[in-house]
Design a protein around this ligand. Structure first.
Ligand code: GLN
Length: 252
């Protein structure tokens, strides 16, 4: 694994992409694409040099994160010959040094329903509990909270802003990054968080960005602005955390 120290605090960091591309090109970011703003995340991660893949159903999930089962033996009807069946393609993490998952903005009730219908709820929950780094934006934040996937020790308050029909742009400090433009669209905020959760930003006193272990959430939509620093922060989490996850999946 290449070790390149990259400071998120460095001035003009959002304009200098090259240093990041050096290590993002060995990363694979899966984007949950059941509905909502997944294409914008895809574009952002690609711009930063990461490989992206869309997760629309359980097959996509398995081919991205699971090693194929050991090859079944097939025996001819007369019992005289046997052969190994054609190998299925290796799990998508072959050759990858870091992997992560992004859950985009959209409509959390719809996303939740489709996730369950597709049989993705448990596998995704388990992968995140196993250490798969995850970025949740807006509805993605809601999906990770106690009342949905139940992986992060936060409670989200949905559609939490009254002003301007709940959609507005602002700018606030994000811990470790600096001032970040923020686009809110019928957004949630974090109403309650356990002490293990680090609150990274507030707007009007309400928590709108947080991190807990390998999980990063924002109530706003960094994928809808030109500022790549939230995605870079996530990729830096993938760099440090995900090799463990990738190793673990390879060993299973
Ligand atoms: N209001 C949506 C929900 O409750 C979230 C909006 C968004 O993701 N932009 O799921």
């Amino acid at each position: 694994m290449k070790l390149i120290l990259y400071s998120l605090n460095s001035h003009n960091s959002h304009n200098s992409l090259n240093s990041f591309n050096d290590f993002a090109d060995n990363m694979k970011i899966a984007i949950l694409a059941l509905q909502g703003a997944f294409a914008e995340h895809e574009q952002m991660f690609r711009q930063l040099g990461a490989e992206t893949t869309l997760i629309r159903n359980l097959d996509d999930f398995n081919s991205t994160f699971k090693k194929p089962p050991s090859l079944p033996l097939s025996i001819s009807p007369d019992g005289e010959s046997f052969s190994r069946q054609e190998a299925s393609p290796r799990g998508g993490l072959e050759g990858v040094e870091g992997a992560g998952l992004a859950i985009p903005g959209g409509e959390s009730t719809a996303m939740m329903r489709i996730m369950k219908d597709e049989g993705l709820f448990e596998p995704l929950r388990q992968a995140i509990l196993d250490g798969l780094p995850v970025l949740g934006t807006c509805a993605g934040l809601i999906m990770l909270d106690r009342n949905h996937l139940g992986v992060m020790d936060i409670t989200a308050r949905r559609n939490a802003y009254g002003r301007q029909l709940g959609s507005f742009n602002t700018e606030e400090d994000v811990k470790g990054i600096g001032r970040v433009p923020m686009t809110f669209i019928r957004a949630p905020y974090i109403e309650e968080a356990d002490p293990e959760v680090e609150i990274l930003a507030r707007v009007d006193g309400k928590a709108v960005a947080a991190r807990q272990g390998n999980m990063l959430v924002t109530a706003f939509h960094p994928e809808l602005t030109q500022d790549t620093r939230i995605h870079r922060l996530f990729l830096s989490m993938v760099t440090t955390a995900a090799p463990d996850f990738v190793r673990k999946v390879r060993k299973e």
